[in-house]
Design a protein around this ligand. Structure first.
Ligand code: AMP
Ligand code: GLY
Length: 424
């Protein structure tokens, strides 16, 4: 079959790399893609916001499956438009993508379906929000309701900081996303990510990971989209995964179906492993970036066939196998990230891919002189496997050290918690 993959990040390069290995793939197209994706797919220009143009491209090129990488086109209802044109799409409908698109929607659903998550208040005015704050204690967790590119969450240590953050949110600091705000109970524990595939009815587990959201070593400094990740996450034991599946994932899928918004695609649950068990922090309606990169390193079998089964409601009897090895990815970012990343810095991958590592491209492009240059905040995802986190980390950093990227930087401690637990 022919597949169209939408997106241009490291997540999409990892998906393209795995799709290209799928026996059921005939030809892979990507829009817009990037120089890494171009090694696996024919990159084309298509505006994901123009649903008619995407559907027309699919008809002309006999596309049997569209894989929608990022959240924005999903929340915008692209999967609905494709399905209306009889084109199978991997990814939820606009209504179902509210699980990521609206934090308040998800909290209300959890309340209705009795899914473990922090207590919360949903407010639409600064006055109500300030009043609601009195019902919580520090640290205060404040979330802009809508999509805010991973930056819509503020954890305030004092009441004054919380009030200032609320004033900023309602004052337009997060644009439209902050028109409503969720205030929620602070949960303590270790965070881990759990992935499931669902066709709206059947649900299968699709791996675990942990990422490093903060820009600085030792998990310090401002939050980013993610500076590195590894999979599996040993803290999410088989027992905890089963508990998350039964108490969080399956009730969510059942509630969405019962309410007329069946969820299809990958459901990415951000979990807090609390003393009383896993609690939901947030849902995403797409793969994590860079979590996808480590999942794809471990996935066995035909990704294209699994995604098509998911898109067509035929996931019953399908299972996904992952290698037991650990995969770890280090994000190389442009200096200045996350606020003002330097653009245009030269990159030479050198011998980075000659060993066991794979370099996924995120924000790269081909410069005027034909060489690879930086074109975004997160630029490369240097990814390797090993018997455990310590070994995968060693191999990944050997490859990082082979890359020449003067205007770039990375954290040197991806996986540190697990390396310490492994005694490394
Ligand atoms: P989110 O964008 O919802 O994943 O939130 C970003 C980060 O804020 C999470 O990865 C957590 O580290 C933190 N966070 C969000 N909600 C809570 C909560 N209720 N309790 C503690 N930390 C939270
Ligand atoms: N790495 C976090 C995310 O993709 O949301």
């Amino acid at each position: 079959m022919n597949i169209l993959l939408l997106g241009s990040g490291g997540r999409e390069h990892a998906l393209a790399w795995k799709l290209a290995q799928s026996p059921s793939l005939t030809k892979l197209y990507a829009a817009p893609g990037n120089p890494g994706i171009a090694q696996e797919a024919e990159c084309v220009t298509l505006d994901a916001g123009d649903h008619g143009a995407v559907a027309a491209f699919c008809k002309t090129h006999q596309i049997a499956l569209v894989v929608i990488g990022p959240e924005a086109p999903l929340v915008d209802g692209l999967a609905d438009s494709l399905r209306a044109a009889d084109i199978p799409a991997f990814g939820p409908s606009g209504a179902a993508a509210q699980l990521e698109g609206s934090k308040g929607f998800t909290k209300d659903l959890c309340a209705r379906a009795n899914i473990p998550t922090g207590a919360y208040v949903r407010t639409a005015s600064l006055h109500d929000a300030n009043r609601a704050l009195q019902r919580f204690t520090a640290p205060y967790v404040l979330k802009a309701d809508g999509l805010a590119a991973g930056k819509g969450v503020v954890i305030a240590e004092t009441l004054e900081d919380a009030e200032a953050a609320l004033a900023d949110m309602f004052g337009g600091g997060f644009g439209e996303a902050g028109a409503e705000v969720v205030i929620e109970e602070f949960l303590s524990g270790e965070e881990a990510s759990f992935f499931a595939l669902t066709d709206g009815e059947n649900v299968i587990p699709f791996g675990t990971a942990q990422d490093h959201k903060q820009v600085g070593e030792g998990d310090t400094g401002p939050n980013t989209g993610g500076m590195g990740a590894y999979s599996p996450a040993p803290v999410l034991t088989a027992a905890l995964q089963a508990q998350a599946m039964e108490t969080i994932i399956k009730p969510t899928v059942a509630a969405m179906a019962a309410e007329g918004m069946p969820y299809s695609g990958v459901l990415y649950a951000g979990l807090m492993l609390t003393e009383t068990g896993p609690q939901l922090i947030e849902y995403n309606c797409r793969f994590g970036d860079p979590e996808c990169q480590v999942l794809m390193m471990r996935l066995q079998g035909d990704l294209a066939a699994i995604m098509l089964a998911c898109a067509k409601g035929e996931l019953a009897g399908v299972s996904a196998e992952f290698a037991e090895e650990t995969a770890l990815t280090v994000v190389m970012a442009a200096k200045g990230y996350p606020s003002t990343p330097e653009k245009g810095g030269a990159i030479d991958l050198g011998t980075a891919e000659e060993g066991a590592a794979k370099v996924f491209h995120a924000g790269t492009k081909i410069g005027a002189d034909g060489g690879l240059i930086a074109n975004g905040g997160r630029v490369l995802n240097v990814t390797a496997s090993g018997a455990n986190v310590t070994e995968a980390q060693r191999t990944a950093y050997e490859a990082v050290d082979a890359v020449r990227f003067e205007s770039g930087f990375c954290r040197r401690d991806i996986g540190w918690k697990e390396v310490a637990r492994e005694g490394g």
